[in-house]
Write a protein that binds this ligand. Structure first.
Ligand code: ZN
Length: 240
């Protein structure tokens, strides 16, 4: 069964028909805790309250502490074998692109180019006043903009904010252009990100989901695996 799904995905890769959609499971394989999961909680606080526009406006000190903790963890982690495999497949022309819910920038660090980040990036911070962007390491030292003194914030989409239009448009374009939509490590519970797999499927693409727990779209998929992501990618690679 593992081989069967892997072999099918490999044949779609060779046909240059694949779009990959990644979520938190892709990064936990790099040792980065899922801040929404029970192992990744900060001081047992509800992340939806800390990673929110409300916290940025009304509870800035704790907002900063929370994000400094996440940026530090990010700067210590590295892309994993899975990120490198996807980058290599793109280089070979096998992959049309990556849509990701992750904000860690690991796909790009591993060498992927056509990556669309639905929830922004934790690699940069920006000034809420003049909008200038900086490396996120600056945020570990100061919370005010060196240019204008405005409040700095991570360049991510906070709870209560809308998703970036360009990434949404590109994700839609990719979803409608592929023959195979391949979900890796996402529980597909966050809207509107989970809209893309169904869009691709309705447009005639095959849908494969590799995740360690059930997703609401499993019933729609042509193949579902609870397999470890890195093992599955390795299995696909053995057919290329
Ligand atoms: Zn500024």
């Amino acid at each position: 069964m593992l081989e069967q799904v892997a072999e099918k995905i490999a044949s779609f890769l060779k046909a240059k028909e694949v779009v990959v959609f990644t979520g938190a499971g892709m990064s936990t394989a790099s040792g980065l805790p899922d801040f929404r999961g029970k192992d990744g909680l900060w001081k047992d606080r509800d992340p939806a309250l800390l990673a929110s526009i409300g916290a940025f406006e009304n509870n800035y000190q704790e907002f900063c502490e929370f994000y400094r903790w996440r940026i530090k963890a990010l700067l210590e982690a590295r892309p994993n074998e899975g990120h490198f495999s996807l980058a290599e497949w793109e280089k070979k022309g096998y992959l049309k692109g990556i849509i990701t819910q992750n904000v860690d920038g690991f796909h790009q660090e591993a060498g992927s180019k056509n990556v669309w980040e639905l929830h922004g990036t934790l690699r940069k911070v920006r000034c809420a006043k003049c909008r200038k962007r900086y490396e996120s390491s600056l945020f570990l030292e100061r919370a005010d903009c060196p240019e204008c003194g405005g409040k700095l914030r991570p360049d991510v989409v906070l709870f209560g904010e809308s998703l970036p239009n360009l990434a949404l448009e590109k994700a839609e374009e990719l979803s409608l252009s592929c023959g195979c939509f391949f979900v890796l490590g996402s529980s597909l519970r966050v809207s509107p990100a989970n809209w893309f797999p169904s869009l691709a499927k309705r447009n005639g693409a095959r849908l494969y989901i590799i995740n360690n727990e059930p997703t609401p779209l499993d019933g729609l998929a042509d193949g579902v695996k609870r397999e470890d992501i890195l093992r599955e990618l390795e299995a696909i690679g053995s057919f290329l």
